[in-house]
Design a protein around this ligand. Structure first.
Ligand code: S3P
Length: 178
């Protein structure tokens, strides 16, 4: 595979795979580059929290906002982007990520995910916060994460700091001269 032309590092993966915590630590290890938290950016743009956007505007509007964010990201400014779990669903988004940087897929087993997001208000897990539903949704999405990511890192049984170190090592292998 060719090296990615952009300077952005995208963290993708299922809800609760640790993207936000790892993004903050990874950015610090990369010299203090900015972190772009996709959900926070969207909440600020919309002036609403994610569950409210889903409820009042519907999922397609939320997905359009994810695409809008990716379109607006400057690929020449090194940053770590913590993507929402559904950012890789659209082909257009996967293309934008491939064009603008390097993508790392953070994985976790369904029981790990449940232990991390079990008490949250993720709209797509409302009423089905259990390992069977998580497993089914993850199986549907896995090919899409695999299609966009250049590398995959497991987060099961690892601290966010250990995962950030693993990301850093993978990035250094990918860009050996930087
Ligand atoms: C979503 C994941 C959430 C958030 C929204 C939709 C998804 O982000 O973007 O609730 O489709 O998987 P996290 O992955 O940060 O929980």
């Amino acid at each position: 595979m060719d090296s990615a032309p952009g300077k952005l590092i995208f963290l993708v993966g299922f809800m609760g795979s640790g993207k936000s915590a790892v993004a903050r630590l990874l950015a610090r290890r990369l010299g203090g580059c900015p972190v772009i938290e996709a959900d926070t950016w969207i909440e600020a743009e919309a002036g609403m929290r994610i569950p409210e956007i889903f409820e009042r505007c519907g999922e397609p509007v939320f997905r359009d906002m994810e695409t809008d964010l990716l379109e607006r990201l400057d690929p020449h400014t090194a940053s770590v982007v913590s993507c929402g779990g559904g950012m890789a669903l659209r082909l257009e988004n996967r293309q934008l990520m491939r064009d603008k940087g390097l993508t790392i897929w953070l994985t976790a087993e369904p029981h790990t995910i449940l232990s991390r997001v079990g008490h949250s208000d993720r709209p797509l897990l409302a009423g089905r916060m259990n390992t069977a539903a998580i497993d089914a949704m993850m199986s549907e999405r896995a090919p899409l994460y695999a299609a966009v990511a250049q590398m995959q890192i497991s987060t099961d049984g690892r601290t966010p700091a250990a995962v950030a170190e693993a990301c850093l090592a993978a990035i250094e292998r990918w860009y050996p001269c930087d």
